[in-house]
Design a protein around this ligand. Structure first.
Ligand SMILES: Cc1ncc(C[n+]2csc(CCOP(=O)(O)OP(=O)(O)O)c2C)c(N)n1
Length: 649
């Protein structure tokens, strides 16, 4: 593709003089650019394809960065990145040292927060707009929030306050009828009703016609026409729900019609109070596979442009997949089991349970707090809810886990997916803290399986225990171990010794167990004899095992994929203090800083949590204890803007 117009856009100001015909051409070029880059890097393609015209209209109508655009989640901000000086580096998206997959303050003056979690944008923007008014500023503060993100409670808390404060603020509701899966809930139903308004029915027909013009699946030809009739006018509809909340409601309008968007943004800018523009868009527009399967293309791994097929495949199941299959199986035998997701049915593997047991499956929307208390309510009445929530998003539900589940002694099982380093999604998505924030809760059992087969037994055990249990596992394929047909109860608070040695004892949890076993093999080659223990439980800890480790080795090493602050290693130290054990302890885990984005492998190496890094640290620590100079080498590597230190053993 010859990026004739795109190559001339260095800042949003360069958009202002373009004709609408040129803008239509530019929209096509941006879509090519998105597909070209994301096919190599993976990323949130469908959401970003859906807001190309909206992004163009925003940057033409506003004066960024003086005017501030806040993207909810930020996964749809790729066109914004391209138009704000990052086109040339766009192919480094999500790569180590490259551009982040979400807005990032350090990247551009046009990004106002490092976002990634949903439903907080209106709160941020409202605070910024209030600050503007207090300082006597004139700028506009604009939020772009999807209909999916509007299912999150925080969004309503912010709408509630905005309507009350009557602050000048523009909220663009990017309504594509999709969260990651089709959007759910009463608000989704309400928006559907608004869309079915007779004027809007016409609008829908036009969008459908436009999609029909798209070529056959997989071909990289776009709807270049983008010729939009003038017939769809913005409506000022009084008395709608948003109006009742104190917002001026404009819509629904065609979110792919730049002129129409600009006209309504001009209107909105004149309103002395909060305005909501309801823009209807098509997720994935411009790439047929993404339009046809927006859920799959919400976030996609690197793919072949022509066919949309993934670039790499593997027969080894993911932890997520094994969890999903196991829950279906256990659900077949136990009718009390209920599956709950907060808008991540496919991401958590619960889509399988949804299919097998639709009457026992709930997608509550992007509402992690509610998901947990809703689960508590079901548990109170005798059901056995399994709430599958990513580690990073479970952070939202801490109070509910403490007050509504644990204090009530209710048997809710938390399937904590994406625990540890997740890779390209970066700091907002790493599951770095769950052990720390869960470990302090009285009565909550926390497990981490050493491989995908152990996950099956842990899920079975958790449901048999009939109490609050969290099982945390990584965003990864398993190790390809055989999956046993039967289930075993794992005795609570008991670890297993996998190797016995005399110099050092590695107490490990989760996938770090395997890496510790590999590290022990390397250490053996250096004449260092290591024990390796799969601790299995982060809480309650196996006190006997800890005592054995401390009393029979020169050094105890804890290995976890969680923040070192308050995590598993901290727990071991606490236990040793309680037991009066004084052996030297070395803790390996995630450092006390936010970890950047990049491939999981690279990031694990950076923080010293691959087998090599573990062996290096242990060797060095033993040498320190023995007063010798360590023989490992330190290698510095620079990628893009990042320089990292890797330790080689
Ligand atoms: C608190 C939280 N929970 C879950 C997610 C995962 N997530 C990312 S985008 C998304 C769907 C957002 O839907 P919508 O706002 O409509 O945007 P669209 O992708 O349709 O453009 C979800 C559930 C998240 N980012 N934050």
């Amino acid at each position: 593709m010859d990026y004739k117009i795109l190559n001339t856009i260095k800042t949003p100001k360069d958009l202002k003089h373009l004709s609408h015909a040129e803008l239509a051409q530019l929209a096509t070029e941006i879509r090519y650019r998105l597909i070209e880059a994301v096919s190599e890097t993976g990323g949130h393609l469908a959401p970003s394809l859906g807001v190309v015209e909206l992004t163009l209209a925003l940057h033409r109508s506003l004066n960024s960065p003086k005017d501030k655009i806040i993207w909810d989640v930020g996964h749809q901000s790729y066109a914004h990145k391209i138009l704000t000086g990052r086109n040339e580096t766009f192919s480094t998206l999500r790569q180590y040292g490259g551009l982040a997959g979400f807005p990032k303050k350090s990247e551009s003056e046009h990004d106002f927060l490092d976002s990634g979690h949903a439903s907080n944008s209106i709160s941020f923007a409202l605070g910024m707009a209030e600050a503007r008014d207090k300082k006597g500023g004139e700028e506009h503060v604009v939020v772009v929030i999807g209909d999916g993100s509007l299912t999150g409670g925080m969004a309503y808390e912010a709408l509630n306050q905005a309507g009350h404060l009557e602050t000048r603020l523009i909220v663009i509701l990017n309504d594509n009828e999709m969260s990651i899966s089709p959007n759910v809930g009463a608000m989704a139903g309400y928006l559907a009703k608004v869309r079915l308004d007779p004027v809007h029915t016409k609008l829908r027909k036009e969008i459908e016609q436009r999609i029909k013009k798209l070529p056959a699946i997989g071909e990289l030809v776009y709807d270049i026409g983008m010729h939009i009739k003038e017939s769809v006018k913005a409506l000022l509809v009084p008395g709608m729900l948003f109006e009742e909340l104190g917002f001026t409601y404009i819509g629904p309008i065609d979110g792919h019609d730049i002129k129409e968007l600009e006209r309504n943004l001009a209107l909105a800018k004149q309103v002395e109070g909060p305005v909501l523009i309801h823009a209807v868009t098509k997720k994935g527009l411009g790439y047929t596979p993404a339009v046809e399967r927006p859920e799959k293309w919400h976030g996609i791994a690197p793919f072949v442009k022509k066919t949309g097929e993934p670039r790499s495949t593997s027969d080894i199941p993911t932890y997520t997949g094994v969890f999903g299959d196991t829950l279906v199986d256990l659900g077949n035998k136990n009718e009390k089991i209920v599956g709950i997701t907060a808008a991540m049915a496919s991401g958590t593997g619960l889509n399988k349970f949804a299919k097998a047991h639709p009457d026992r499956f709930y997608d509550v929307g992007i509402a992690e707090q509610h998901a947990v208390t809703f689960a508590a309510g079901l548990a109170m009445e005798g059901f056995q809810p399994v709430a599958a929530i990513y580690s990073t998003f479970l952070q939202r539900s801490l109070d509910q886990i403490i007050e509504d589940v644990s204090l009530q002694k209710l048997p809710v099982v938390f399937a904590v997916d994406r625990a540890g380093i997740v890779g390209e999604d970066g700091p907002t998505h790493h599951g770095a803290f769950d052990m720390s924030y869960l470990r302090s809760i009285p009565g909550l059992t926390i497990m981490a399986p050493k491989d995908e087969d152990e996950l099956r037994h842990m899920l079975f055990t958790a449901l048999e225990m009939k109490k609050a249990v969290a099982i945390r596992y990584p965003r990864d394929r398993g190790f390809g171990v055989e999956l046993s047909k039967d289930y075993q109860i794992i005795p609570e608070g008991r670890g297993e010794i996998l190797a016995e040695g005399s110099d050092v004892c590695l107490l490990a949890v989760g996938r770090m167990v395997r890496y510790s076993v590999d590290a022990a093999t390397t250490l053996k080659e250096r004449g260092i004899s290591a024990s390796v223990v799969n601790m299995r439980f982060v809480k309650p800890l196996d006190a006997k095992m800890i005592a054995w480790a401390a009393e029979n080795h020169k050094l105890v090493v804890t290995v976890e994929e969680n923040s070192l602050v308050g995590g598993f290693g901290s727990g071991v130290l606490e236990a040793m203090a309680e037991l009066g054990l004084t052996a030297p302890v070395h803790r390996l885990g995630l450092p006390d800083r936010f970890i950047s984005h990049g491939s999981m492998k690279r990031l694990l190496a950076e923080v010293g949590l691959d087998a090599n890094g573990i062996a290096y640290s242990i060797n060095r620590k033993l040498d320190e204890l023995g007063g010798k100079k360590h023989p490992g080498v330190v290698v510095k590597r620079t990628t893009g803007k990042r320089t990292s230190v890797f330790k080689k053993f």
